[in-house]
Design a protein around this ligand. Structure first.
Ligand SMILES: [Zn+2]
Length: 235
């Protein structure tokens, strides 16, 4: 254990006792502004009576933040080990204008899955990412349609009703998007099915594949825009 912390233990009948325990580390990042900091120790640490938990109060030294947060520790073999900080303000990344235009629903669902993940709700974050992927792929397919009017409406309905894997196989022309999106779907489905097939893969792998799908879609769209904007060499 690297640090000693003076902790308060509230015992029965209003008796308060103090003791010194070892903790493995101080949080290195503020959970609210997400800046790397050495937090200010406000001198209050409490060992929860009857539990193996320790809570220590800190303040963020970042002048633009200054918020108070609590670091939680769990008793381990050699003292208290850092577990997490509360409260957490999730960081929300913005999607690019191209992706936001193709699928506002993807952006919204992805943001919620991301927030769930940051709050530690991994069992709902996974299916959330899978749902986001489905909206992204289907909205992308619809955005690529050359049909108009009634034919476009029919295609939209068909795409909406078709399973994601079949949509990718049947409608996506770009081999790179197709191959990456297929793999993202395999991992995404693992998040929603009772039995996991890809046991050596996790949320990080799924997010990496969604990110690659996003990038390839973006590159395809931007390339197509340039080709329309500059179809020929200037004479
Ligand atoms: Zn902060």
């Amino acid at each position: 254990m690297k640090k000693s912390v003076k902790v308060r233990i509230d015992e029965d009948h209003g008796v308060v006792r103090t003791t010194v325990v070892g903790v493995d580390k101080t949080p290195a990042e503020c959970p609210i502004c997400h800046v790397a900091v050495t937090p200010l120790d406000l001198g209050l640490a409490l060992q929860i009576q009857g539990e193996t938990a320790l809570e220590q109060v800190f303040q963020c030294p970042n002048e633009e933040c200054q918020h108070i947060f609590v670091a939680r520790y769990q008793e381990g073999k050699q003292g208290f080990e850092f577990d997490s900080c509360v409260p957490i303000e999730p960081i929300v990344g913005q999607q690019s204008p191209t992706i936001s235009q193709i699928s506002p629903d993807f952006c919204l669902i992805y943001e919620q899955a991301d927030k769930a993940e940051q709050h530690g709700l991994l069992l709902v974050a996974g299916p959330g990412y899978r749902k986001a992927l489905e909206f992204l792929v289907k909205d992308y397919i619809i955005s690529e349609s050359t049909e108009t009017g009634k034919e476009l409406a029919i295609k939209k309905t068909t795409v909406e009703k078709t399973q994601l894997g079949a949509c990718i196989a049947n409608y996506i022309k770009s081999e790179r998007i197709k191959e990456i999106a297929r793999r993202a779907t395999w991992l995404g489905n693992d998040e929603t099915h009772y039995v996991r097939r890809w046991e050596d893969k996790d949320l990080k792998d799924l997010k990496k594949l969604i990110s690659l799908t996003l990038h390839w879609i973006e590159i395809e769209k931007l390339t197509a825009e340039v080709m329309v904007d500059m179809p020929h060499r200037k004479p």
